[in-house]
Design a protein around this ligand. Structure first.
Ligand SMILES: O=C(O)CCC(=O)C(=O)O
Ligand SMILES: [Fe+2]
Length: 341
């Protein structure tokens, strides 16, 4: 196998991107890699690199590391007054205490999410595995599914996450992609365009027969009313595209009671849907869908349903979201007054 390693210049570039996204610990580690792999052929300027090494250490809260690299910069450029000022600032500045001042060990708040995305966590212990099962389902006796039951697999017990296999054909997927492509635009979150959600998406209205058919199928499978559901949202992620940990629902009236997420592609590497609070990772499988309730029966957000779409590392990811709301489900998923459910 060919040995692949990232050049110093490319690593420097990655470091800069991380730095300007305020991910200082990541940035620092990329800059450190750059420093260790720098050769006479590299175009990266060593002074710039040392400057960013000290800055990212400073921003991360590691005073001695910031001073160390600032000192190295001064050795290389002894007459630079700006660096002298910087160094004295570092020496006298009151540093913010961070939860982890060991800069070499990645330990950020999002570490569980990242570890899940790297495939390093699997909470599916054998005890837990035994609680999981698969079966053919008729959506609770829905006549439309009596002779064509769907393959249902329990992916997780709490929160209950169900995977439905082969619920949409390759042909239907192709049609949905084709009608979406010219309409896609940068996805937004509640606050508008955001670095935490880097994908393109479009809401598709029911006018198209395939869209209407897919919506009807979701109603059949889940047994829920589509009365207050949002339009089907097709979403496409390119390389690096992701959606960082978030909840689909908030504490408002008529919230997103459930999410039905259809995978319209496989992803070669990356792109899993992960639930950091419980440690579950769902691999996109074209033609399958996953379903979960975002709300407890008492209407509160189920805090374990926090989830993310991991960065796509290789390939291209297509999904379609159907967000189903509370209104209309009163008799289909009765509410509970209990604090616990
Ligand atoms: O792409 C995924 O795997 C998750 C998408 C998601 O969570 C969303 O769009 O709300
Ligand atoms: Fe989501």
């Amino acid at each position: 196998m060919m040995e692949m390693s990232l050049s110093a210049d490319k690593a420097y570039h990655v470091g800069l991107v991380a730095y300007y996204e305020n991910k200082f610990q990541h940035a620092f580690l990329w800059f450190l890699y750059t420093l260790n792999t720098l050769t006479e052929y590299s175009t990266t300027n060593k002074k710039d690199l040392l400057h960013y090494l000290s800055l990212s250490a400073y921003r991360f809260g590691s005073q001695h590391v910031a001073i160390h690299f600032c000192q190295q910069l001064l050795n290389l450029d002894p007459t630079n007054d700006e660096v002298k000022v910087q160094l004295s600032l570092y020496r006298h500045h009151h540093f913010m205490r961070t939860s982890n001042s060991d800069i070499f060990t990645l330990n950020t708040e999002s570490s569980k999410y990242e570890a899940l995305c790297r495939g390093e966590v699997d909470e599916r212990t054998s005890r837990r595995q035994r609680a999981l099962s698969c079966r053919y389902s008729t959506g609770g006796g829905n006549p439309r599914l009596m002779y064509a039951p769907v393959k249902e697999e329990v992916e997780w017990d709490e929160p209950r996450i169900i995977r439905y296999h082969d619920i949409i054909s390759d042909r239907e997927i192709e049609i949905l992609k084709n009608i979406s492509r010219p309409l896609l635009s940068r996805s937004v979150t509640k606050g508008g365009i955001s670095k935490i959600r880097t994908s393109q998406s479009v809401f598709l209205e029911e006018g198209n027969t395939v869209v209407a058919r897919v919506n009807q199928r979701i109603a059949n499978i889940t047994g829920l009313s589509m009365e207050s559901a949002e339009h089907l949202q097709v979403q496409n992620y390119g390389i690096g595209g992701r959606y960082e940990p978030h909840y689909d629902a908030e504490d408002n009236e008529n919230e997103r009671i459930a999410t039905f997420l259809i995978y319209m592609s496989d992803v070669e590497i990356g792109g899993a849907t992960v639930f950091p609070k419980v440690g579950v990772s769902l691999k996109p499988k074209m033609g399958s869908a996953v379903f979960w309730y975002n709300l407890h029966k008492n209407g509160n957000v189920d805090l374990n349903t926090e989830h993310a779409g991991c960065p796509v590392l290789r390939g291209n990811k297509w999904v379609a979201n159907k967000w189903i709301h509370e209104f209309g489900q009163e008799f289909r998923r009765p509410c509970s007054l209990s604090y616990w459910e």
